[in-house]
Design a protein around this ligand. Sequence first.
Ligand SMILES: Nc1ncnc2c1ncn2[C@@H]1O[C@H](COP(=O)(O)OP(=O)(O)O)[C@@H](O)[C@H]1O
Ligand SMILES: [Mg+2]
Length: 249
Amino acid sequence: MAILEARQLQKQYVMGEHVVNALAGVDFVVEAGEFVAIMGPSGSGKSTLLHLLGGLDKPSDGEVTLAGQRLSILNDKQSTLVRRHNVGFIFQFFNLLPTLTTEENVALPLIIDGKSLRRYQDRITGLLDLVGLTDRRHHKPDQLSGGEQQRVAIARALVTEPALVLADEPTGNLDSKTGAVLMDLLRRSCDELGQTVVIVTHDSKAATYADRTVLLKDGQLAGEVYNRDTDDMSQRLRRIIAALESLAL
Ligand SMILES: Nc1ncnc2c1ncn2[C@@H]1O[C@H](COP(=O)(O)OP(=O)(O)O)[C@@H](O)[C@H]1O
Ligand SMILES: [Mg+2]
């Protein structure tokens, strides 16, 4: 079953006289439980695509179907609810609320959805443990390192157990060791919780955690690398690098 379907997605940004063709007709299907990486040079439309897939922005043309719902026929309130109930977002700049503690930031999506926190305390505790922040639960964001803040954002993205996790350059601000821990966490949330994960990255190593890597160039799909058939990370990496090289990306 496809959890995400994009058909002929187009996005133009109009800047006065000038039109930027950020996406020029992208077809993209993600099956439930898949882990997909999107790669491509800076400016190739990766973030634009991720925003459209998650319903954070509207396409100029084409259609996104998320969890069986055609986003184009929903009003803002309806698409907010589809998003809230199905998608966890992880951005490079963590978007944590500075006045809230780690625990409160993680719980925020539940609070927004009007859930009783007492019922979810076990899940919050479990997630803090999973991301290794149990002893930082009462810290505010400015008392945490960049890597710790990123892990708060990850726990927050997972707290509603969303069917789909969308992450834009999730390792972008992390040292390589913390980046590997994070990618491992996303891989496990896919394998153990059955979550679908779509990440944008320009780090080929991060992309080796995905089953499939989609390559974007100039707002169009330029290629695809299938890695589900092997767990050998160096073989996965070689395939990704070969594809990037063959497309001169
Ligand atoms: N809000 C915007 N207004 C105008 N142009 C934009 C906007 N967002 C992105 N762009 C342009 O669209 C193209 C694709 O951007 P983006 O999706 O951010 O690429 P990537 O994430 O691959 O670096 C770039 O040329 C960028 O300058
Ligand atoms: Mg980007």
